[in-house]
Write a protein that binds this ligand. Structure first.
Ligand code: FES
Length: 110
């Protein structure tokens, strides 16, 4: 089991609170940067509608939780855990993400 880091985009491409969709080894990943500079990566696919849309969701917060609201039916997903805050038991996968030399990278397990 190796952890590899896959290049996604240059740091400047990630505007605060505007998601970017990336294909990472066949999986669609939604990448976000919040206003405080924290990076998050979750599945792009909304598990409720099945549509690959979470990167186009509205980023915000609910209490302590940084969230993205699905553009489909507005369910909020916690960007830290992938958990759907409006539908217990529903969640999306989260991915390791980092900045390295001005590049955004996502960690995969191979
Ligand atoms: S059925 Fe699509 S987000 Fe709710």
């Amino acid at each position: 089991m190796t952890n590899a880091w896959i290049y996604v985009c240059p740091e400047q491409r990630l505007e605060p609170e505007r998601g970017v969709a990336a294909l990472v080894e066949g999986d669609a990943v939604a990448v976000f940067r919040t206003y405080d500079g924290t990076l998050f990566a979750i599945d792009n696919k909304d598990p409720i509608s099945g549509a690959s849309v979470l990167s186009r969701g509205i980023v915000g917060s609910r209490g302590e939780a940084p969230i993205v609201a699905s553009p489909m039916h507005k369910q909020a997903f916690d960007l830290r855990t992938g958990e759907c805050l409006d539908m217990p038991g529903v969640s999306v996968r989260t991915w390791p993400i980092r900045l390295r030399d001005g590049a955004v990278e996502i960690g995969v397990t191979t």
